[in-house]
Design a protein around this ligand. Structure first.
Ligand SMILES: [Zn+2]
Length: 281
């Protein structure tokens, strides 16, 4: 066991890879018929360059997407609807932790968390799916009419409360996805043409810590900050490193090499992320 210099740490980190679940996800998406013809290359190590690493790849992806929109009759300015529509499973895998999340707007934003807490005195998190929340409220003893009424009022829906709860939630999701409500957010944000599938590599699960701040100290502090990982790995996300947040110690094995402990204040300063978008709410 020994200490690495900043430069050595950076080199070691560059060799880290995406979470194995994400690598499997990439393979499935790349080979799915819905993405046939969409540009992607392999890097010198033989791995897929999920991120558009050259301007000709970006241009080719945009051209492909414009054609695809015409083919499917999608007429909005952006590419969000297209990549939502063609996603075969609607489930996106997080490249950092390997967890799965829905691409639909089914996750609670802070405004809705507060409203639910006020109404039902129950505390939920931003990674909670609204369908699971309804189930938990039912288990807690709240009646179905009471729960339905809450969502109908909250999302300003002009519908009958005799509709099934699932139908009401589907309408809530659609309102959020089309910008009519900020109460629900997606499991992953859009990011085309930078990423092959049109979504950021990291999901909501690993975004929360990143949103707490972008100062050097914070970027170094939050062990699961995807942008920090992406910076270290020059576009290839570093797999989740076991990081002791209290002690800011890193210990991991890389081909027999053990690194520990190492003060994260020595991590390089991340660059600005131009295409960064926010969760609503
Ligand atoms: Zn994650």
């Amino acid at each position: 066991m020994f200490y690495l210099s900043e430069f050595e740490f950076y080199l070691v980190a560059k060799k880290r890879q995406y979470a194995p679940e994400f690598i499997e996800y990439m393979e499935n998406i790349i080979h799915h018929k819905n993405y046939k013809g969409l540009a992607i290359r392999k890097n010198k190590d033989g791995d897929w360059s999920w991120c558009a690493d050259a301007s000709d790849v970006r241009e080719s992806r945009i051209k492909w997407a414009e054609e695809k929109k015409k083919e499917l009759g999608i007429y909005d300015d952006k590419f969000v609807s297209l990549f939502f529509k063609i996603h075969p499973t609607k489930i996106h895998v997080c490249a950092v932790c390997g967890g799965s999340a829905r691409i639909e707007y089914v996750y609670l934003n802070s405004s809705l968390i507060k409203a639910i807490q006020k109404q039902f005195s129950m505390v939920f998190e931003e990674t909670d799916d609204v369908h699971d929340v309804v189930e938990e409220l039912s288990l807690e003893g709240f009646s179905e009419p009471e729960i339905k009424q809450f969502f109908i009022e909250r999302f300003k829906l002009d519908i009958s409360d005799t509709l099934d709860c699932d139908v009401i939630l589907t309408i809530c999701e659609y309102r959020a996805r089309t910008g009519k409500s900020k109460d629900l957010g997606p499991g992953v944000m859009s990011n085309f043409p930078d990423r092959f599938d049109g979504y950021h590599t990291y999901n909501r699960c690993c975004r929360q810590t990143a949103d707490k701040g972008r100062s050097k100290d914070n970027m170094a502090k939050y062990g699961r900050d995807c942008r920090a990982y992406e910076y270290w790995s020059d576009g290839n996300i570093v797999a989740a490193l076991p990081l002791d947040r209290a002690g800011l110690q890193i210990a991991f094995d890389i081909g027999g090499l053990v690194v520990a402990p190492y003060g994260s204040r020595y991590l390089p300063q991340p660059e600005e992320d131009e295409d960064r978008d926010e969760f609503g709410g």
